[in-house]
Design a protein around this ligand. Structure first.
Ligand SMILES: NC(=O)c1ccc[n+]([C@@H]2O[C@H](COP(=O)([O-])OP(=O)(O)OC[C@H]3O[C@@H](n4cnc5c(N)ncnc54)[C@H](O)[C@@H]3O)[C@@H](O)[C@H]2O)c1
Ligand SMILES: [Zn+2]
Ligand SMILES: [Zn+2]
Length: 366
């Protein structure tokens, strides 16, 4: 414990686009009796972290004062508040990185991802988890089973995003599902759709390497769109995958306009389409096809009640093997290089070891 008390709270801070620094921040302390203090072990880099680093904003969220990046973390409990019952020092946990108000109408309805007053890690103005220590409410830390590593624990966040998307898609056993985009979110949607009993899962991407990985990971079929109309791509996809009459559910995890358009032509009459990808805020959308096919269209934003719990259960039971998505781990000091590599599209999911992490076998070794 003495070592922990003296340990570093070095944090990876974004000042403005492409301008980052390492800063020793004051170590947080437990303020509520329901809080726990977690030493961060590993953090995954997410597209949104990279987006803030490159653009300094996502939509109306603008980084106008320095902000600690990162929100996909697993860590080890170092202290607990007096009212904490389920966790103790030494427990290894996946951290759910949002702090909802718990009082507004969406919160009270269990949809706390839609909270009017959410404080979410690395969404301005709130600091993220690329830091030494993090305080969290007890119920937003999920204990990892013995056989699940802390590296895998860092993947619970994107897995929970996929769980929420797949729940929105209302997938039932035997369904045919098309997933646009084979990045970490799309790949995990394929795996979760299978875990929900989908019998055919088609992964769609423009990068052959990603499709190759998808086929070995969770997709039963893959499809590469071409520079033809959305209707034509949809017809080709359905034919190649042997789907008659359209897919039961289509998930967009690319955010790309052409794949969103294709989604509406791929979904069956009366099917479900879920928008998970976040690309351009406004696009051309085939609204007539949506209308005449009575497609149910839904958005999906982060995760809410039960999603993290189910994500940990999928890891624990081996239904979803996130280990294969981990490209490698870098030292905390190399965080900026890791951001550059992710931006350049190297690998699938890169993890950054926490500043106090001594035992990682990092890329480059130490
Ligand atoms: N809804 C949420 O809560 C939530 C949470 C996390 C991420 N996201 C979003 O989900 C999306 C996926 O995240 P990720 O981390 O997997 O990102 P990613 O960038 O690694 O993956 C996107 C994939 O889409 C592919 N793609 C691009 N254009 C395409 C096209 N025309 N057709 C098919 N595929 C195409 C890319 O090649 C890439 O492999 C992003 O837009 C991200 O912002 C949403
Ligand atoms: Zn993320
Ligand atoms: Zn709320």
């Amino acid at each position: 414990m003495a070592e922990i008390a003296e340990a570093s709270n070095l944090s990876f801070v974004l000042n403005k686009p492409f301008d980052v620094k390492f800063e020793q921040k004051p170590k947080p302390s437990i303020e509520s009796p329901h809080d726990v203090l977690v030493a961060i072990n590993y953090t995954g880099i997410c597209g949104s972290d990279v987006h803030y680093w490159v653009e300094g904003r996502i939509g109306s969220f603008v980084v106008d004062s320095p902000m600690v990046l990162g929100h996909e973390s697993a860590g080890t409990i170092v202290a607990v508040g007096s009212a904490v019952k389920t966790l103790k020092a030494g427990d290894r946990v996946a951290i759910e990185p949002g702090k909802p108000c718990r009082y507004c109408t969406p919160c009270l309805a269990g949809h706390y991802n839609l909270c009017d007053d959410m404080r979410f890690a690395a969404t301005p103005p709130y600091d993220g988890t690329l830091t030494g220590f993090w305080t969290s409410p007890e119920d937003f830390c999920y204990k990892l089973p013995e056989h699940v590593t802390l590296q895998e624990g860092a993947l619970v966040e994107p897995l929970a995003v996929a769980v929420h998307i797949v729940k929105q898609a209302e997938i039932k056993p035997g369904h045919t599902v098309v997933v646009m985009g084979a990045g970490p979110v799309g790949l995990l949607c394929c795996a979760v759709a299978k875990a929900y009993g989908a019998s055919k899962v088609v992964s769609v991407d423009i990068q052959p390497a990603r499709l190759e990985f998808a086929a070995s990971f969770a997709a039963t079929h893959t499809f590469t769109p071409e520079r033809v109309s959305a209707e034509e791509n949809a017809a080709r996809l359905l034919k190649e995958a042997g789907i008659v009459g359209g897919a039961d559910a289509v998930i967009d995890a690319s955010g790309a306009e052409p794949s969103i358009q294709t989604s509406i032509h791929v979904v069956r009459r009366g099917g479900v389409y879920v928008q998970g990808g976040m690309g351009k805020p406004d696009i051309n959308f085939p609204i007539m096809a949506l209308c005449v096919k009575e497609v149910t269209a839904k958005g999906s934003f982060r995760y809410s009640s039960g999603d993290y719990k189910l994500a940990v259960e999928f890891l624990s039971s081996g239904k979803v093997d996130v280990k294969r998505l981990i490209t490698g781990t870098v030292k905390f000091e190399d965080a900026e290089q890791a951001f550059k590599d992710v931006r350049a599209g190297k690998g699938i999911k890169v993890l950054i070891a926490g500043p106090n992490e001594k035992s990682c076998r990092c890329i480059g070794g130490h």
